[in-house]
Design a protein around this ligand. Sequence first.
Ligand SMILES: *Cc1c(COP(=O)(O)O)cnc(C)c1O
Length: 405
Amino acid sequence: MSKYNNFFGDYGGRYVPEVLRLPLAELEAAYVEAIEDPAFMAEFKTFQTDFIGRPTPLLHAVNAGKALGGADIYIKLEGLANTGAHKINNAAGQALLAKRMGKTRVIAETGAGQHGVATASACARLGLECVIYMGTEDIRRQRPNVYWMELFGAEVRPVASGSATLKDAVNEAFRDWTSSYKNTHYLLGSALGPSPFPDMVREFQSVIGNEVKQQADFKIDAMVACVGGGSNAIGFFSPFIDLSGPRLIGAEAGGRGPGPGNNAVRMDASAKTGIVQGYKSRFLLDDDGQVLPTHSISAGLDYPGIGPQLAELGRTGRVEFVSVTDGEALAALKFFAATEGIIFAMESAHAGAAAMSIAKELGPGKKIIINMSGRGDKDIFISAAAFDGKNWKTFLLEESGRIND
Ligand SMILES: *Cc1c(COP(=O)(O)O)cnc(C)c1O
């Protein structure tokens, strides 16, 4: 028995086929050793400063706060990290760990492509061979990210099985790993999956919360983050979890509204406890225990499961969960662009929208921090179509005409 705890209360664990027990045990040992080695942590720190661009700023969103007439709003600008989102924090930590373990090859799954881009970027920088599994449906929807991954020298392997989306890419990555782990690290992208991934990903993302703790020279009343798998939220919340405050709030994708297939809300009564892809948590499942389809305007939140630590923190009540619809997220994107001159990623706009109502509820004199997990440049095909449909369509048609010339 290792001293390492694979569970977070009721959730977590390592429910994997026999063949994956060895690589996961090896990874756990290497990870536990690395984070206690000052030399590794110093190397990680230098990477964070010079390559990722940390610390990211904590912006006092004075105009937004005034416009809403409630609590003071602050925004942690993770979108200013290299490659545009918090995903690089974890990709960098794991890529450095892979190198330390003597691995020469890295594989990863990606849905929208953000984790694939971050992984390919870190691997380019560290000279690691990189293969990204991506569903053919996601490749079609997220073509620009495929382009960046390939430019970083990664191979993008299309996955056509199942629904040809993220969960199928995860299955293929695990399949690869069962036969390749001697020289290959599987760089999983969120705070979920079999142990030690949820713990390790939180550890590498906790830089977000640790910086906030240093940057906020005031009493924080509430912190809000969006929750897909949960990596930006758990990293942002991490240093505050064991304290009695601030309030910690997770915003899930309310999509088109209630009902199966319309959203990705795992923390209300519509979800069930289950074991999927190696871990026990809350999932959107049908009566046979099969994973249900999900919907969100933001690809990063469009996922049927939630990280086990957040599921447990929701069960105990330390983290509160709210859901935000596609329309509310779009409205928040517009609001913060107009008042503060910043573009939230569509995922992060869910946190922005939740914070707008919580700021009003808290009232003047209180302080709230939003984690802007990423910037919204990547979403131009969605936001431009939503805000300026006609001109955008004309532009795309003209552009495709030019390519054909
Ligand atoms: C991937 C992504 C998310 C969702 O993932 P988490 O693991 O829940 O953080 C949120 N925001 C952005 C910008 C993303 O790229």
